[in-house]
Design a protein around this ligand. Structure first.
Ligand code: ATP
Ligand code: MG
Length: 430
């Protein structure tokens, strides 16, 4: 790593060594001395705000103003006036002439955060100032000049915003002369522990508490967590735990109370530009995964109905409802096959369960009306082919990762707990 990069990291307190992070920082250092507009792209909490600060501090503008404008936080009605100023009497409440940020920051840098949120009429003014350095105060017809360097950031999909007509394409290309991508934390596994330690030290000092330490299993746990809120989420987690936890040795179980693995994101994500796929990433396999998830949801719903029926009986149910239940709990292959249904009805007057033919229950036989209670003994509604595919995928993933279940779960986009359950279910334990 170059000395310059290391210096920047030290000065700004930036932790991490992941190549894509280093590349982003190096690009910022490289473009800093120019006046080129830069667009920083990345998910929420990845550290986008470091980039404009680096650019400003490494440029010849560093002794001039640096202004941060959060475009998403300024009401639409006042944003033009905030950015470009207004004349006295331009609108109700404009009791005096006011300078806008573009005038104040003359010679310096403006960081337009959440630039995707800018209203369309402001985008027109911004394009003009970017192209010619000219702008007009709201309510004025006098053209003014300014010399401002723009760095913008966004965590929204700009292409989508352009397609939806919410963002001007010409402005996008003008802002995006150089694009800097900040990688999400889940892609920089090696940095997670470093960041945890840095935040643990910072917060121990801030709250005058001993430092938190991760047990080996806990390191593994956070390295495999998806961190949808990225570094900000990790930082908040460490702050919370520093204050709340008595035990300074953090176990995976403790972490699971704060960040349950269930919020693991699937590994197979196609983001524009990256188009990455896992080894199993064919569309069919992704579809299988979605189907497995849906099947699990359906099974949960079935269990719930089953419980409700057990507890409340069926006397209140209409024929139609009974038919539906019958359809849901009877495997398709047996729906017309009669006596050996997995579903049976218990006749209250007789201790022995009476096995009913599902076709009879579908309302064609009045004897059904006598049935007072319904009990579902067992239901295996899944399609066998789906099961086989699921089993195969699990075997493949385990093979690929030499039995390492955390990696296999990652690859499959399911939680480790679900994978453990499946391994048991399919007898895959060696
Ligand atoms: N590599 C890093 N090293 C140290 N701290 C970091 C790093 N990346 C991010 N942070 C910290 O994480 C928090 C979130 O970063 P930042 O505010 O830059 O996110 P962002 O990308 O601007 O997100 P948003 O789109 O939500 O505004 C900040 O407290 C920042 O200091
Ligand atoms: Mg931000």
């Amino acid at each position: 790593m170059s000395n310059e990069l290391q210096n920047i990291k030290n000065r700004f307190g930036i932790i991490g060594n992941f190549p894509a992070l280093n590349r982003a920082l190096e690009k910022a250092i490289q473009v800093a001395p120019t006046d080129i507009s830069v667009l920083v792209i990345g998910e929420s909490g990845v550290g986008k705000e470091f980039i404009p600060k680096i650019i400003h501090s490494e440029s010849k503008r560093k002794h001039q103003p640096y202004i941060v404008v959060n475009c998403g936080a300024i009401p639409e009605g006042t944003i033009d006036s905030e950015l470009f100023g207004h004349e006295k009497g331009a609108f109700t409440g404009a009791t005096a002439t006011r300078k806008g940020y573009f005038e104040v920051a003359d010679g310096g840098t403006i960081f337009l955060d959440e630039v995707g949120e800018l209203p369309l009429q402001t985008q027109v003014r911004l394009l003009r100032v970017l192209e010619s350095g000219e702008f007009m105060k709201v309510g004025s017809s006098q053209v003014q000049k300014t010399n401002v360097r723009i760095v913008a950031a966004t965590n929204v999909n700009m292409m989508k915003a352009i397609q939806d007509g919410r963002f001007r394409e010409d402005l996008y290309y003008r802002l995006n002369t150089v694009q800097i991508d900040m990688p999400p934390l889940r892609e920089r596994k090696g940095d997670v522990h470093l960041l945890f330690r840095k935040f643990a030290i910072d917060f121990a000092e801030k709250y005058r508490m001993p430092e938190l330490e991760l047990e080996p299993g806990a390191v593994h746990y956070i390295e495999n967590y998806a961190f949808p809120g990225n570094v900000r989420q990790l930082r908040n987690l460490v702050e919370q735990m520093t204050v709340v936890e008595r035990n300074r040795h953090v176990t995976p179980e403790k972490l699971a109370e704060y960040i349950p693995m269930e919020s693991h994101l699937p590994m197979v994500v196609n983001t524009p530009g990256t188009q990455k796929q896992s080894d199993f990433g064919s569309e069919r396999e992704i579809m299988y995964k979605i189907l497995f998830d849906m099947r699990n949801d359906i099974n949960d719903l079935k269990s719930l109905t089953s419980e409700l029926i057990k507890n409340r009986g069926t006397s209140d149910l209409s024929n139609h409802e009974k038919n539906l239940i019958n359809r849901i709990y009877t495997p398709e292959s047996q729906q017309n096959a009669a006596p050996n249904s997995l579903l049976y009805f218990e006749n209250k007057n007789n201790d022995a369960p009476v096995v009913q033919n599902p076709t009879i229950i579908s309302g064609q036989d009045d004897s059904y009306e006598d049935v007072e209670d319904i009990e579902i003994e067992e239901h295996r509604p899944e399609s066998l082919s789906l099961q086989n595919n699921e089993k195969d995928l699990i075997i493949k993933a385990l093979d690929k990762h030499k039995g390492r279940r955390n990696k296999a779960a990652d690859e499959l986009g399911i939680s480790q707990r679900t994978l453990y359950r499946k391994i048991k279910q399919y007898n895959l334990e060696e």
